[in-house]
Design a binder for this molecule. Structure first.
Ligand code: SF4
Length: 178
């Protein structure tokens, strides 16, 4: 049976997908790997909100501890002034998706996916391009389902409101707060 690892960036983006997969009886876990988020208090708020959604739907939740300094060095250095949807974001998607693919491969998952492109503010093509590289490098299949379909984003926001979850007002890194 397939066993999916779903990378989540935050509760509002992932809640609709989690509900859908849970209702379908899919075997899956949610991975929270977001070393891009700063400051730490903001990270904690998003982490707790995502945990709450998973508890609500009875889904296994995994946190991969963040190392924001490592993320800054590997992703943002030299790209601090890039606009959103630019090179820094492409590198950020690749960084998180590679780690997700690696974790999935090493921990018995048969495939991985992410909600990084579910928001209309995100460049889905960039997310898919990064996923393509990650799946090849770690030899594990990426599920390219377009989670935006069937109002996936709106459903997530609806659930997050119902559960009274935290809503962020910027993407995640300090450079997106500008
Ligand atoms: S704006 Fe968002 S996607 Fe882009 S680098 Fe920052 S955290 Fe990553």
């Amino acid at each position: 049976m397939a066993n999916l690892l779903l990378l989540s960036c935050c509760a509002p983006c992932s809640a609709g997908v989690i509900k859908k997969l849970a209702n379908e009886g899919k075997q899956f876990s949610v991975l929270f790997f977001n070393p891009n988020i700063a400051p730490l208090e903001e990270y904690q708020k998003r982490l707790e909100a995502n945990k709450k959604v998973c508890r609500y739907f009875g889904v296994n939740f995994i946190e991969m501890p963040p190392d924001h300094n490592a993320w800054l060095k590997a992703v943002a250095e030299g790209f601090e002034k890039e606009p959103e949807r630019g090179m820094r974001c492409k590198r950020c998607f690749l960084y998180r998706l590679k780690q997700t693919a690696k974790y999935a491969k090493e921990n018995g998952f048969t495939e991985f996916s992410s909600v990084l492109g579910i928001s209309r503010y995100k460049d889905l093509e960039s997310v898919n391009a990064a996923a393509e590289i990650a799946q090849k490098e770690f030899e594990i299949v990426y599920d390219f389902t377009n989670w935006r379909k069937n109002a996936g984003e709106q459903e997530g926001i609806k659930i997050a409101k119902q559960l009274n979850l935290y809503f962020q007002n910027y993407c995640g890194c300090e450079f997106s707060k500008r």
